[in-house]
Design a protein around this ligand. Structure first.
Ligand code: GAR
Length: 204
């Protein structure tokens, strides 16, 4: 099933990378059919609309996590979504959500997991003094940034960097590996063995 739903909370540059990949025929036949934001002012909403993709805002505030997630799941299912991409969606998904799309939810994270999970990963990496960081696309499970790793790319940390320059370098890497990971997932040419995601011939 190649219909994709993208969840955002902000800028939406990863959403844009997915839109651009789709336009270029580089999303493995994937089609983004809906964008959902939990933030009304998220600039990503406009990016979706510019691309002719329906984009909706659903406020999570004051609502139980499970109830909110169930609503988003129905929105996605109503559009026949088979794969969900979190693109800067800053919320943990409840089991209600995860079990509705088993092994079909991807997230992009701005660090080489399992290093620097959680918020402000670039700042965490910078403050830790690592010489290499990077970007990860992983399958989402119920725990924070802990699911099976689909794709990673390393990024050097230079002595001349500040958090902003490092963040930009990592972001460019996110934009490269996210469409690639979606392509692989949609190809169905992979298998999962324990924690390992093993890509079959011709899938990437
Ligand atoms: C990206 O750097 C993404 O990796 C990060 O938020 C940013 C969203 O940017 N996500 C997380 O930190 C999730 N834990 P974008 O809205 O321009 O795609």
């Amino acid at each position: 099933m190649k219909r994709i739903g993208v969840l955002i909370s902000g800028r939406g540059s990863n959403l844009q990378a997915l839109i651009d990949a789709q336009r270029a025929g580089e999303l493995g036949g994937g089609e983004i059919v809906i964008v959902v934001s939990n933030v009304e002012t998220a600039p990503g909403i406009e990016r979706a609309r510019q691309a002719g993709i329906p984009a909706v805002f659903r406020d999570h505030r004051g609502r139980k996590r499970e109830e909110y997630d169930a609503e988003i799941v129905s929105l996605l299912k109503a559009r026949d979504v088979g794969v969900v991409c979190l693109a800067g969606f800053m919320r943990l998904l409840s089991p209600v959500f995860v079990s509705a799309f088993p092994n079909r939810i991807l997230n992009v994270h701005p660090a080489l997991l399992p290093a620097f999970a959680g918020l402000d990963a670039q700042q965490q990496a910078f403050a830790h003094g690592v010489k290499v960081s990077g970007a990860t696309v992983h399958i989402v499970d119920e725990n924070l940034d802990s699911g099976t790793i689909v794709a990673q790319e390393a990024v050097p940390v230079f002595d001349t960097d500040d958090v902003e320059t490092l963040t930009q370098r990592i972001l460019a890497s996110e934009h490269r590996i996210y469409p690639k990971a979606v392509r692989i997932l949609l190809s169905d040419r992979y298998r999962i063995e324990g924690r390992r995601f093993i890509i079959g011939d011709g899938a990437a």
